[in-house]
Design a protein. Structure first.
Length: 55
């Protein structure tokens, strides 16, 4: 994200999506309730962030 800001490579939301796909989601494994809860919180947070930019 730092290099993206410095080089103005991508829009913030697009860069953030790539970071989630490359760094966060691969670490979430399994099908237990903790994983489900983590994914729901992540999804909710992502929706909140996308709503802030549509004002």
């Amino acid at each position: 994200m730092i290099y993206n800001d410095e080089g103005e490579l991508l829009e913030f939301n697009e860069a953030f999506d790539y970071q989630l796909l490359q760094k966060v989601l691969p670490r979430l494994t399994g099908n237990d309730p903790k994983t489900e809860k983590a994914l729901k919180v992540l999804f909710s947070s992502a929706q909140d962030m996308s709503g802030m930019n549509q004002v």
